[in-house]
Design a protein around this ligand. Sequence first.
Ligand code: MRU
Length: 348
Amino acid sequence: MLRPFRWDRAARRLDLLDQRRLPREEGWIECPDPEAVRDAIASMVVRGAPAIGVAAAYGVVTAFARPRPGEDPEACFGRADRTLRPARPTAVNLAAALDRMRLRFDSLGDLGLEDCSRELEDEADRIADEDLEANRRLGSLGADLLPPGDEPVRVLTHCNAGTLATSGYGTALGIVRAVAESGRSVEVFAPETRPWLQGARLTAWELVSDDLPVTLLTEGAVGSLLAARRLDAVVVGADRIAANGDAANKIGTYNSAVLAKRHRVPFLVAAPFSTVDLATPTGADIPIEERDAAEITEFAGVPVAPDGVRVWNPAFDITPAALIAAIVTERGVARPPFGPALARLGAA
Ligand code: MRU
């Protein structure tokens, strides 16, 4: 299965599939140090909440593999953390992966740089492998929520919450894969996802590559789709889920949630539990990344808006818990009221 990252054990270097060039070409970028990993995360070489968490974990290891002159283990960790943590603010998986690497580092006592590097490498491997396992498990739990029968299952998604955004299999698209693996036919509707086109470039590519039926549409067509066609569910991923169930995901997700409510289609959020942030009370407390104006004023490098126009380019929005039917995690399915349900899963 294609993964968006490759850890080179011999070179102790992270190689990232350059998602900016998909689907035209499959190119890889070599990241030998935390600074290169940070740049890759910020420029969306690698994107998707779980995948940037894994990239950050390996980014820590690269600091230990190539320490700067005079750096002891604590200085290496400090530099990696300071460099990587601010790379993208919304997806909690990045901070969660760094916190987990810190816990492991703190448990290592007085080990030297080389031994720390090996232990932290194993921890980063575990974070990656556990994400893949979580996706398979939540995929199967989510598939059970879709209506039984012989009719093809039809879902609308948003952005890319698939293999390319995770350690493999995917969250929202993991549910789609689990339905297909159970022998049922499944059809995905993928909005193009302005402005970065994760739906058109990544979700469509990933599903076409796996021979899973996918129909691409503009985001403006989502309301018409829900009005005109029978859909079984809207299934999306998340970058951070607050303690009350409010979910941050790619800008435009909220629009689909409102439309799904209007058309009585269940709206499911699929995410590993590492995306749930019980320390953040509500969606209003989630930092929303704002990205460069050029993502909107240009199209494929060609200016399409007048010089000097003001731009607002939030990369994510918040879907209020009230619009969500279920949050599917590997620990189980949370249903409203989400506060107690997520707290129970957190304690499990
Ligand atoms: O800006 P991106 O491409 O990193 O945004 C990604 C998303 O919004 C995904 O839906 C989310 O990270 C879940 S990925 C399993």
